[in-house]
Design a protein around this ligand. Structure first.
Ligand code: FAD
Length: 438
């Protein structure tokens, strides 16, 4: 008899945890992801601010499962699910919508950016969700300093050296703090015509305080720390407009060539594939055993799922994704080997942290609320622990230690991908001859 087939879509925190929980299951496990790597998203901002290289926060999924013999990794984009036929459709560079059958399905496809109905902002304010996003943000930030150094008109320096982050949640706060340290420490001796420390960093949010999920005390501590680092924090107003020349907030135009979107997230289209009930954000409403109502064989976990606990929706954080993925894997394992199912899923909140610049973080865990260096050390230890492999842990630890002591950053390269070159081919810049007068 052939082994039961478990398909996991997504090799993020939830998908990885599910696949690992199925390591000893007598099943054929197929993990499908549209990228070939597991990405540690909480450190994306460190790639964007040149502290770490992309390869220090991402690991090939295939290598993670090299010793897990029941697991096959497939690079492909899932485009839909047929619940009746029990198959997912997968496209890759060669083939479109190939059906792959499953007995058990785990959808762990995460989330992407949400511009809250203003998709036109995307062109001017890219988000931070993938390695490509982080590299693009790093290119833009480094390039702004290069353009300012080359610019002989000092009145243009201010616009070029104004960096705006839209969204003062953990990502925006962490990015603003890291950027402030970067421009005031790492770059300080590198330029001759401009003073990198004069760069203006503006953090904007419509919420009345930064770090909404944290207590008011910690939120205040984080804001004070940002201001000490020279970050301008503008709260209480949503951004009305974003274009190539900057943003408009509360009727005021702030000129900038570098705007980065660190605000909302929107779930993957898993709810549309399944045609099931979703919450207002579009996340699939799941039951206490993380399955979709009426389909005990379909699990939805992580950022793309919606489950309430104690009357509140579980947050879209890595811990929820990992615990959910592990639970789904264990439940499928027990069904396959004939064990009794585990108790309904219950999220155990280990706490939340956010780092604000060098040597300072805020930490909230149950009734404990701390900020400062101790919280930062805890933040560093926890993030190292959750990186996917021991080689990444060592590499990131050494890089952090080096940066902490010297202020120097690991990856300050501007890498143009095709089509992004600094100087566009002449035909693209102007249809007219370059020496028009001759
Ligand atoms: C910049 C940033 C900072 C963050 N910081 C923190 C933090 O400090 N602490 C914290 O707890 N959380 C943080 N988060 C949130 C955390 O990263 C997410 O909650 C977590 O990644 C969710 O895990 P997931 O497995 O549901 O989704 P993801 O980790 O996003 O994984 C989804 C996977 O599915 C794949 N995929 C998606 N669609 C398809 C498809 N159609 N076909 C095939 N594959 C597909 C993707 O390639 C990806 O590998 C942060 C997120 C971001 C973006």
């Amino acid at each position: 008899m052939s082994k039961p087939k478990v398909i996991i879509v997504g090799g993020g925190f939830a998908g990885l945890a599910a696949a690992k929980a199925l390591g000893s299951t007598p099943a054929e496990v197929i993990l499908i992801d549209r990228t070939n790597h597991h990405l540690f998203q909480p450190l994306l901002y460190q790639v964007a601010t040149a502290a770490l290289t992309p390869s220090q926060i991402a690991t090939p999924i295939r290598s993670i499962f090299r010793n897990q013999k029941n697991t096959t990794v497939i690079l492909g984009e899932v485009t839909g699910v047929d619940k009746a036929q029990k198959c997912v459709f997968v496209s890759d560079a060669d083939r479109q919508n190939v059906p792959i059958a499953y007995d058990h399905l785990i959808l762990a496809t995460g989330a992407s950016h949400s511009y809250f109905g203003h998709n036109e902002f995307a062109e001017y304010a890219p988000g931070l969700k993938s390695l490509a996003d982080a590299e693009a943000a790093r290119n833009r930030i480094l390039q702004a300093f290069e353009l300012a150094e080359a610019e002989e008109d000092p009145s243009r320096h201010r616009d070029l050296l104004t960096f705006i982050l839209v969204g003062a949640g953990p990502t925006g706060v962490e990015m603003a703090g890291a950027l402030a340290v970067f421009v005031r420490t790492t770059l300080k001796s590198d330029f001759r015509r401009i003073n990198p420390a004069s760069a203006r960093i503006v953090l904007v949010d419509m919420a009345p305080r930064v770090l909404g999920p944290f207590s008011e005390t910690l939120s205040k501590a984080a804001k004070q720390r940002l201001e000490k680092l020279g970050v301008e924090v503008r709260l209480g107003h949503s951004v009305d407009h974003i274009d190539a020349d900057g943003i408009v907030v509360a009727g005021e135009r702030i000129a900038s060539k570098t705007v980065i979107w660190t605000a909302g997230v929107a779930p993957s289209p898993a709810g549309k594939w399944l045609n099931v009930e979703t919450d207002r954000a579009g996340r699939v409403r799941i039951q206490k055993d993380l399955t979709v109502p009426g389909h005990p064989e379909i699990f939805v976990v992580g950022d793309t799922a919606s489950l309430d606990q104690n009357g509140k929706p579980l947050p879209g954080v890595a811990q929820v994704a990992m615990q959910g993925g592990r639970y789904a894997g264990k439940l499928i394992h027990s069904r396959i080997v004939g064990n009794p199912p585990p108790a309904p899923f219950s999220y155990f909140d280990k706490g939340t942290m956010a780092v604000v610049g060098k040597g300072f973080a805020v930490l909230q865990s149950w009734k404990v609320q701390v900020s400062g260096f101790g919280a930062w050390l805890t933040w560093a230890a926890v993030h190292l622990q959750f990186l996917a492999t021991s080689s990444l842990r060592l590499s990131v630890f050494l890089q952090w230690a080096w940066t902490y002591v010297t202020g120097q950053r690991g990856d300050r390269l501007i890498v143009y991908h095709h089509g992004e070159e600094l100087v566009k081919p002449v035909a693209e810049v102007s249809a007219k001859p370059v020496f028009a007068g001759k």
